[in-house]
Design a protein around this ligand. Structure first.
Ligand code: COA
Length: 191
């Protein structure tokens, strides 16, 4: 398996995988394409036999799946004008899960954000209704966050924004933990 930087040629496939496995809605595709157009789209892919079997992306800014004005304001205050990148889509193909691909992509993102000159890395940790969190162990590799907030029913309004949850459908009962890392504290990995 190879781990490489995402290029513009990968975007169509990443949009397809995002819509199939992560979340749906025209706005999701539009948002990704908009970020690509403005040059605010970075990330890494895992490739096996010429196929993308994993990816993780990040972009500059402070924002979440749905608007969270209070949390956004708090993060803006902490960052105090410094550069914040948010970890965006993370997906590993069911065929290769459980072999450290997601963990490696997360470590690469830590490196990528530092390389891009980011002072902070922000993540929205998705937590299923049963409390399971697919990303908790992966994000823990980055070390200790400087801000960490659990928000029950974080995605309750997603249907208003044209999205559905792959676990709950329109009436989403998932929660989230918002974590902010100072990139100086992040343990990362060169490509
Ligand atoms: C979450 C995902 C990216 C993990 O990829 P992966 O390559 O299987 O992960 P790894 O093999 O690197 O596992 C790393 C750690 O995460 C844990 N983990 C992986 N998937 C998990 C899950 N669904 N629930 C809880 N822990 C999980 C592993 O146990 C491992 O922990 P350990 O090192 O303590 O054993 C993958 O399962 C996936 O794409 N899921 C569907 C999409 C998704 O949930 N994306 C995250 C959106 S926030």
């Amino acid at each position: 398996m190879e781990f490489l930087e995402i290029t513009d040629d990968d975007v169509t496939e990443i949009v397809r995988l995002t819509l199939e496995y992560l979340t749906d809605g025209d706005e999701v595709a539009d948002e990704i394409m908009g970020n690509v157009r403005t040059g605010n789209y970075f990330g890494y892919k895992a490739v096996k036999d010429g196929k993308i079997v994993g990816f993780m992306t990040f972009k500059q800014g402070i924002g979440f799946t749905t608007p969270q004005p209070k949390i956004e304001e708090t993060i803006r205050k902490i960052a105090d004008g410094k550069k914040v990148y948010i970890a965006d889509g993370l997906w590993v193909s069911p065929d290769v899960r459980g072999h450290g691909v997601g963990a490696k992509l997360c470590r690469m993102i830590g490196h990528g954000v530092k390389k891009a000159g980011g002072d902070y890395l922000l993540i929205e940790e998705w937590i299923y209704p049963d409390g399971d969190s697919p990303v908790r162990a992966l994000a823990d590799q980055w070390g200790a966050p400087v801000y960490d907030k659990y928000v029950p029913l974080f995605y309750k309004d997603i249907s208003k924004y044209g999205m559905t949850c792959p676990i709950c459908g329109k009436d989403c009962k998932c929660s989230a933990k918002i974590r902010l890392y100072d990139t100086e504290d992040i343990k990362d990995e060169e490509q």
